[in-house]
Design a protein around this ligand. Sequence first.
Ligand SMILES: NC(=O)c1ccc[n+]([C@@H]2O[C@H](COP(=O)([O-])OP(=O)(O)OC[C@H]3O[C@@H](n4cnc5c(N)ncnc54)[C@H](OP(=O)(O)O)[C@@H]3O)[C@@H](O)[C@H]2O)c1
Length: 274
Amino acid sequence: MAIARVVIVGSGNLSHALVSRWLNSPHIAQLTVLARSDRYRVKGWSAAAMERVTYDDVCLSEASIVVLSVKPKDAPAALDHIARVAPNLPVLLSVAAGISIATIRSILPHSGIVRTMPNICSQVGRSVTGVAFDSVLPSQRAMVLDLLHELGETTETPESLLDPMTALFGSGPAYVLVFLRSIVDTAIKFGLDKDIARQLALQMVLGTSELALAQSQDSLDHIVSRVVSPGGTTEAMLKVLESQGWQDIMESALYAAGERASQLGSLEPARGRA
Ligand SMILES: NC(=O)c1ccc[n+]([C@@H]2O[C@H](COP(=O)([O-])OP(=O)(O)OC[C@H]3O[C@@H](n4cnc5c(N)ncnc54)[C@H](OP(=O)(O)O)[C@@H]3O)[C@@H](O)[C@H]2O)c1
């Protein structure tokens, strides 16, 4: 597939994940990160990643794909800037939560637009990424999919599902990490060494995911039932989770994240594009 010149606008957490993964991509002829400040320098970027950073926006006019990786509140100003420097940009790929294709289209009327929601596991090639396309040529679409596949699994989806997917899978690593932290904190209270507890908890989540993947023909309920012996330890734990409303807590958390994603989008009209 054609080789792209990719510019990532923004040098924050997600950009770090993207640049780490795409540094040696066979699909990218030139990878540049357009930064606003040098804050990335204290965030553990590798020397190779830092070499890709520039403050010179001329790179925008040479890009075949610009990746918008700024906070939603900064997206309108960043898009205006991109439109000024590169009004005929071939493809704008946005990872910004809640920012709709219609909004991007209103600023970049001539570009192919890709709205996508990867997660931070992009850094290790294990993202689950939803993607919606608008006015993208087949060759550009193939190029974008090549790039997204390097981040992990990619699912094309109607744009209307991207806010829920943001809640479920964009924010998802945080739920898993908070869950892991609870286990490690409790393990330490039981007397386990902190590092050993962490290592074991991580392996447990990895092992459980691999097991469920290997048994994808079985329902999750069925897999759970294989771990639960009547009157056993797992049953005792699950009873506490159920009696304290585990399912309701998770559902409320996910709905809150989904609502926040929609709100971020609805803030757009008041964006003050000065
Ligand atoms: N983090 C995640 O796990 C995750 C997952 C999925 C999607 N996302 C989406 O990814 C986007 C970025 O999130 P993040 O967590 O990486 O945020 P972040 O760490 O705050 O990074 C945002 C970056 O954008 C830069 N920036 C803002 N306006 C700019 C401009 N006009 N030109 C160049 N750079 C500009 C900021 O510069 P300064 O360094 O100077 O502040 C900062 O480096 C968000 O829209 C978020 O919804 C994030």
